[in-house]
Design a protein around this ligand. Sequence first.
Ligand code: MG
Ligand code: MG
Ligand code: MG
Length: 308
Amino acid sequence: MEKEVFIFGHKKPDTDSICASLVRERLDKKNGWNCTVAKRLGKVNKETQYVLNYLHIEAPEMIDEVEEGQEVCLVDHNEFKQSVEGIEKAKILSVTDHHRIANFETAEPLYYTAKPYGCTCTILFEEYKTFGHEISKEEAILMASAIISDTLLLKSPTTTEHDKKALTELEKIAGINIEEYGLEMLKAGTDLGDFSEAELVNLDAKEFEKDENRFVIAQVNTVSIEDVLKRQEDLEKAMNSEIEKKGLQLFAFVITDILNSNSEIIALGNRTDAVEKAFDVKLENHRALLKNVVSRKKQLLPNIDKNM
Ligand code: MG
Ligand code: MG
Ligand code: MG
């Protein structure tokens, strides 16, 4: 048997990371490449679980690390900090991604597809078109779910015409009402009640490096910012323990209201000035309201990174 090639998205996987891995595997098979297998680098979140339950499919198998020389295909990320343990020694065959390219290097040539779209699955959707493959109902729902998740139902500023076009076509194939399905799916992800504060600050956290600075931007979706803020004191304890554990200069915890497209940011560490400068706000009680800010990739990260 041919050796397995692993496909996976980033750590703390979101819906795009899981769905893009599953879709990449299906698309590879249609192209006669049978050895790729979807994997995941962490727990499935509630939003993604909603999608998997809806389709009655299993999550990809979880892996913690890869051995030297393991062949891998990355989706929805490229930065090694967000990838699997051992990625430096793996052989990266391909990357399909919609993020900035940073801290990425390979020893050998590879397939690299980077597009500044709202979602990795939009890139995959266009690959189906390029190859002339039919999209099954299941594939359509996987891709539509990822696009809904990453673009917050096309409301995020990361949304492009490509995402809109893809979602319109996927809606037809899927035969579902995207607004209804999408809102239920997003709401499933806002059920934060049974997470501890330590879990909440790690749920969707990404680590970045700028010169000697290490910082984390974590994000949770909610339909009530107020509800999450009731736990501010304990959230801060959890954030401070992450700062200590990882030697961070900044931990930004962003609570995003998916209905009104605003975020409240809680910032701790010795470089919270970067947040104040980035959004021209004054932190009060360690926090500030960021009007119309919902995207880490396009709004939070570039502005904070610039001021670090
Ligand atoms: Mg992602
Ligand atoms: Mg994505
Ligand atoms: Mg995301």
